[in-house]
Write a protein that binds this ligand. Sequence first.
Ligand code: TRP
Length: 333
Amino acid sequence: MKKTILSGMRPTGNLHLGNLYGALSNWIELQKEDYNRFYFVADWHALTTGFKDSKEIPDNSIEMVADWLSFGLDEKKSTLFVQSLVKEHAELFLLLSMATPVGWLERVPSYKDQIAQLGKDKTSNYGFLGYPVLMAVDIIIYKAHLVPVGIDQVAHLEFTREIVRHFNSNVGKDIFIEPQPLLTQSAKILGLDGRKMSKSYGNAIYLSDTKEETEKKLKVMFTDPRRKRRTDPGVAEECGIFMLHKIFTEKNKQDEIKHACSKAEIGCVECKKILSKNLNDALEPIRQKRQELINKKDDIRDILSEGSKKASKYAKNTLEEVRDAIFSSKRIV
Ligand code: TRP
């Protein structure tokens, strides 16, 4: 039997190079292998920390899926759906909530981290505490075996596995499968300020940026601080610009740049110019495709609508099994 892969993203805005060459390129790579694939817009998840910005979610979702499709995710190879269009996620979330000890949720590492990062205002709601249960539901409702995620999500996968064991043993039936994280190494991508590229740091380059905007951003991007003057040698491996060369520049040229940087034979301005050209050359066809898609948003809606219907069939089957297991196949009416 084919294994099932599932992953999701929150629709919090346009995707940047970190998202594209991190998570998304892995999703696309997995299209080459023989799997059942589900990729979804985690719109309810976006509410757990962003209820005040809820009105932006529909547009953000369409924009995000335009990024997915233009970057190479193929709706014929993967089922693309929207979490909130498959209501069974909500029912299973409710049922599993009854079987999840609150202490487990409070001990999930991201719980305290996120409160510290985002503040009480965004994280004091009850849904935020329950977020790992919702994530577990997203996965197990499709009986997914493998979940491509970043390292930050591994604790949530472990939590999912715990819920599965707990639930299965409670109902005395192996309804759910314990999913495994699929940790694919992804390129390290720094933002304009030298920190990790992230929307919340305001240091990102987006696929939706124009060629000119991208050039401008690269011009001010942080380089190796050793190179205060043009004559100071640098260490390419520690420079955010070189990390991008590793994605966009051919290997020979990369080696040349690395060497020249270590001897101060090339300046940061020139090095950035080379990157600018290569990066824009690579992104231009993707940007064009993105623009075409954005002009046909109804096509994106159709894809998501079809995908959500397909996903619903799986989810409905699982819920039948779950209800039978919990209520011993009896019905009140
Ligand atoms: N929690 C993930 C994130 O914040 C998104 C997500 C929600 C997800 N449900 C999922 C990822 C299920 C993988 C599987 O990035």
